[in-house]
Design a protein around this ligand. Structure first.
Ligand code: FES
Length: 206
């Protein structure tokens, strides 16, 4: 199951539904008097402080993350995985292209421009991705390099989705021949210092 059903996201979605309903309703009123009638409603549906806080960037302290480990933060109700890659994992990324659907991250919706590289990251050692499968939103399982598996000779560790068998490498790049159509999503982020990442803002680097 994905985490999308948690209460924070649900509230956001409810707000969106309200806005859509409002737009449909005010459009139905017609042009006559529409501006005067709509304005008070629009103002009253501005995002609340809580809604703004839900969308706020989150700081992730990576100072204790060892090579091969992953930690999970939450941003906008979504799990954000931060994984520290080993030197071997970084070298393996260079050998995966033939097995991947979008090895060069050409689908622009899946990452900011600054993550459009082999490691899909601003600092190659650290991967930052949204932990939802791009097929139907299940949560893939992290299988570090060296974990026993039956996923083929090309498998060098990565993320395996148990729902329908999609596979992603240690840069979140999707394999060919699986249901997921695209690489995992890299959210906007930047480093506040060597051990602190701010997820949700790109710091002007986009
Ligand atoms: S949701 Fe991951 S493979 Fe279908």
């Amino acid at each position: 199951m994905s985490d999308r059903g948690n209460s924070l996201v649900s509230e956001d979605e409810v707000d969106n539904e309200r806005r859509r309903f409002l737009i449909a309703t005010t459009a139905g009123v017609g042009a006559v008097g529409a501006v005067g009638a709509a304005l008070p409603f629009v103002l009253s549906f501005q995002p609340s402080e809580r809604a703004k806080a839900i969308g706020a960037p989150v700081e992730v302290d990576i100072s204790k993350l060892e090579p091969g480990q992953r930690m999970i933060a939450t941003w906008r109700g979504q799990p954000v995985w931060v994984m520290r890659r080993t030197e071997k994992a970084l070298k393996d990324l260079e050998t995966m292209s033939a097995f991947l659907r979008d090895p060069e991250s050409k689908v622009v919706s899946q990452q900011p421009a600054y993550a459009q590289n082999v490691a899909r990251a601003t600092k190659a050692e650290y991967l930052v991705v949204i932990g939802y499968c791009t097929h139907l939103g299940c949560s893939p399982t992290y299988l570090p390099e060296g974990t026993p598996h039956n996923l083929g000779d090309e498998w060098k560790g990565g993320f395996f989705c148990p729902c329908h068998g999609s596979k992603f490498d240690l840069a979140g790049r999707v394999f060919k021949g699986v249901p997921a159509p695209t690489n995992l999503v890299v959210p906007p982020y930047h480093y506040l210092n060597d051990t602190l990442i701010l997820v949700g803002e790109d710091g002007g680097a986009a």
